[in-house]
Design a protein around this ligand. Structure first.
Ligand SMILES: Cc1ncc(COP(=O)(O)OP(=O)(O)O)c(N)n1
Ligand code: 3NM
Ligand code: MG
Length: 208
């Protein structure tokens, strides 16, 4: 797998959000430190997911920024995305690896060491680990695992750990000290008054 970016921007497709405007602001700032994960609402159609992914890819490709597709692996395959991300309600990691093939980037959600180890054994190339903090962006999450929970996973695996859930630039030093490789965010970029500046703050914290 080519080296993975440390800042994962997950698209915010809730009503009133403009994921492509946020991407346009973040791309020139974060460049090769960026990974974009296309994540649509459960109610979105595959056609909507496909069209959004094509638009994201058209923007990311000139920057050499990889685009992953959340949950809907067939959309990733159909658009030529670099890979996908799966969690507990999606295809099992081993099945996802079979679908995507050996070269694809495959992320898996893990909240504790045992699941993390199993996901890596089954073919995950990185792990999304959280929720670090309480967040209103996604419903139905378990209680936050905090920095200590992230550290427990880091110590169990050798693939990059991407911390997720209520993460802001202010959290990055502590997460890095715990061994996290990077962070995945929705609100910290999509909800920012100035997404370019928020991206610059995140990249600085992730790379100094
Ligand atoms: C980087 C990263 N980590 C975790 C998740 C969450 O995936 P999942 O548990 O499958 O939940 P949904 O995002 O599908 O609602 C993620 N998407 N990315
Ligand atoms: C989609 C998602 N998955 C999570 C998990 O812990 O598995 S937390 C989350 C939402 C991330 O958005 P924000 O950065 O706004 O908190
Ligand atoms: Mg999922």
């Amino acid at each position: 797998m080519p080296s993975l970016g440390r800042l994962h921007l997950i698209t915010d497709t809730r009503p009133g959000r403009d994921p492509l405007a946020v991407l346009d602001a973040v791309l020139p700032v974060a460049r090769t430190e960026l990974v974009v994960q296309v994540r649509v609402e459960d109610s979105a159609t595959d056609r909507q997911a496909y069209e959004l992914t094509r638009r994201v890819l058209a923007r990311c490709t000139p920057y050499g920024v990889p685009c992953l597709v959340n949950d809907r692996l067939h959309v990733g395959l159909a658009t030529g995305a670099a890979g996908g991300h799966v969690g507990a309600d999606d295809l099992p990691v081993a099945a996802a690896r079979q679908v995507l093939g050996p070269a694809a980037v495959l992320g898996a959600t893990a909240r504790e060491p045992a699941t993390a180890l199993a996901a890596v054994t089954d073919g995950a190339s990185y792990l999304g680990v959280g929720p670090c903090r309480a967040t209103t962006t996604k419903d139905g999450l378990p209680p936050p695992i905090g920095v200590a929970g992230v550290r427990a996973v880091v110590e169990a695996v050798e693939v990059p750990v991407i911390a997720i859930g209520g993460v802001t630039a202010a959290d990055v030093p502590e997460l890095r000290a715990a061994g996290a490789y990077g962070v995945a965010v929705i609100g910290a970029l999509s909800g920012a008054t100035d997404p370019a500046r928020a991206a610059a703050d995140l990249v600085r914290a992730l790379t100094w």
